[in-house]
Design a protein around this ligand. Structure first.
Ligand code: GLA
Length: 382
């Protein structure tokens, strides 16, 4: 990072911070419904370095993007087109400034990454969090981990325009090696749960991205919001959709209509699966955990309708391979990645067999990623 920064800006960075990517372990589309989720930070990071400038400009570069993006400190607004990657660091900057960070001068900002971009591992949340730590240190602004995760989500919701929940930013902030991150999204309460010993994560990215992925995500978000409003009218004590019982949802089936009924059924059943998975983790029952993962995929496919043929194929194949406890789509869906929880007997050769079958079926290869849990975001050099 130091040499990249110096080669682009001709100065040394003052602060370097990094933030990891994440895996969604279980709890699909529960975060913005106030449910519980389990995720993990992985040991691949986005690094952000910053240095002050004497003028009022912001200058941004990224190792994986061409060119320099420059703008005035006082005219920060979302960018469209090929430079739209800057919306993640700029969004974070805007949220921190609005939260009271005093900004007396401009800055240079550089991004490097060993976390692959666009691989379903939430590089966007990692850029937000790494930027948050770098800029808050540069400008002497204090925020705890929870505040930082919430600021990242706000940047994504208000600046990038994606109505996500707190899963990605929460995992990036609260990650811990050999642990999962448990988030109670009703209260934004974060904790860590130990991973069962000897388990491994394998990620297969379908390399398929639906062109309308963001609008599909927003549609699901809207259907859930509407379902919650209908159920709250019937039960004013209901805090959010994830708190509803299956009986309540079924009783409202006429009013909900098919789509909202199906989304709500997924949300309440997935909530039960996350609670059961926490119990299974505590009991060291990896087989039960694996069954929950695979059941979660079935629910995303059949009820939440955010899977696709490629992800269904990867899950159906991998769960029948030796050494696999369970597998599911991880993240927003409509393309993207699946993750499998395995023991050590699942190897590169097993992964290669799956890749080859996938290629025979779909004509292109998925990317493979054998990953470990990692530590959460923070400042590396200040
Ligand atoms: C994306 C969003 C998260 C979450 C997942 C689905 O990763 O960024 O907030 O909603 O999808 O669980």
């Amino acid at each position: 990072m130091r040499s990249f920064f110096t080669s682009r800006f001709g100065t040394n960075p003052t602060v370097i911070a990094r933030a990891p990517g994440r895996l969604e372990f279980i709890g699909n589309h529960l975060d913005y419904n106030g449910g519980p989720v389990l995720g993990a930070a992985i040991d691949k990071y986005v690094t952000v370095a910053v240095a002050p400038r004497s003028d009022r400009k912001i200058s941004l570069v990224s190792q994986s993007m061409k060119g320099v993006v420059e703008l005035n400190l006082d005219e920060v607004a979302p960018v469209t087109g090929e430079n739209s990657w800057v919306n993640y660091p700029l969004g974070m900057f805007a949220v921190l400034r609005d939260a009271g960070m005093k900004v007396a001068h401009g800055f240079d900002l550089a991004v490097t990454n060993d976390l692959p971009m666009g691989a379903g591992l939430s590089s966007s949340a990692a850029i937000e969090l790494a930027t948050g730590y770098a800029l808050s240190t540069l400008f002497g602004f204090k925020l705890d981990k929870k505040g930082m995760a919430e600021a990242g989500r706000k940047a994504e919701n208000t600046f990038v325009g994606m109505p996500c929940g707190i899963l990605d930013q929460g995992c990036s902030a609260f990650g811990k090696a050999e642990h999962l991150v448990y988030i109670d999204c009703e209260n934004n309460a974060f904790s860590n749960v130990a991973m069962p010993a000897g388990t491994h994560f394998w990620v297969f990215n379908s390399q398929k991205k639906h062109a309308l992925i963001d609008s599909f995500y927003s549609t699901r978000h809207k259907e859930c919001t509407e379902a919650a409003a209908i159920l709250k009218k019937r039960n004013p004590k209901l805090a959010n959709l994830a708190c509803a019982t299956e009986a309540e949802v079924v009783a409202a089936r006429e009013e909900l209509g098919a789509d909202r009924l199906h989304r709500a059924l997924h949300v309440v059943r997935e909530t039960a699966r996350v609670h059961d998975s926490v119990e299974a983790l505590k009991a060291g029952d990896t087989a039960r955990l694996g069954r929950n993962l695979t059941a979660s995929h079935g629910s995303s496919r059949d009820w939440f309708a955010n899977s696709c043929a490629e992800l269904d194929f990867l899950v159906a194949q991998v769960v029948n391979m030796p050494g696999v406890y369970g597998a599911r789509l991880s993240g927003g869906g409509f393309g993207g990645a699946i993750m499998a929880l395995t023991d050590a007997s699942f190897t590169e050769a097993s992964a290669a067999r799956l890749v080859s079958d996938y290629e025979l079926k779909f004509g292109h290869k998925p990317t493979i990623f054998h990953t470990k849990t990692g530590d959460g975001a923070g400042v590396v050099v200040a």
